[in-house]
Design a protein around this ligand. Sequence first.
Ligand SMILES: [Mg+2]
Length: 253
Amino acid sequence: MTALVATDLDRTLVFSPAATRRLGGGLPSRPVEVVDGVVISELADVVAAGLETLAAQTVLVPTTTRTVGQLQRVALPETRYAVAANGGVVLDGGVADAEWAGRVEETLGAAMPLDEAVALLTAACPGARIREAEGLFCYAVGDPAALADQAFVLADSGWRPERQGRKLYLLPPALDKAPAVAYVAELAGADRVLAAGDSLLDRAMVLAADRGWVPARSPLAAEPLPPSVTVTAAPGHAAAAEIVSALVRATGG
Ligand SMILES: [Mg+2]
């Protein structure tokens, strides 16, 4: 049996120092993402070791809303596959899978053009920096409290607003991690999918998996979840450690 492990990165495996202060669950950790001398993300040492094991014994697929560039600057164990842009990009050996890109284009063809979404987001978020991601969706970077209100305003835009910390994403509703993970499972010949994630953007992926894990004190932990999904006892890095050790046990031997 081949198991595929799809796991979100931010606030599932890696945490900013600020998120760790807020969430708790701190463990000895190392910086895995540094921009202009500032530590953006840390990975607990025990989680790093668990990921090395998972990369060796399963098809490990980092699955993130980050752009390809933002994903590639995080120092993680090397994996053949990764999912970026909230399912919009499947990387195979570091290269975007063209077949998947074609399917995404077809699926999103009927959605509102990105330019219009950018205009809506810009109008809704005065003072925030607006960014486009992989030509698929956009996000605003700004004050978290203001962005929470603006997410509410964008709820009937036809696109999916999702605030995570200092970012407010606006995504086409059909752009999701779950179908991308199913596609990678097909490519890899996996017959079992295990998934972990902390946010509402991970919900479909975690629910579609044979088994799922969700960190305590995360937005997804506050949602109704089926028995296939386990919520960890501890938050933060300690949650990541629980998740990775459960994944190692579930896929070993
Ligand atoms: Mg996350």
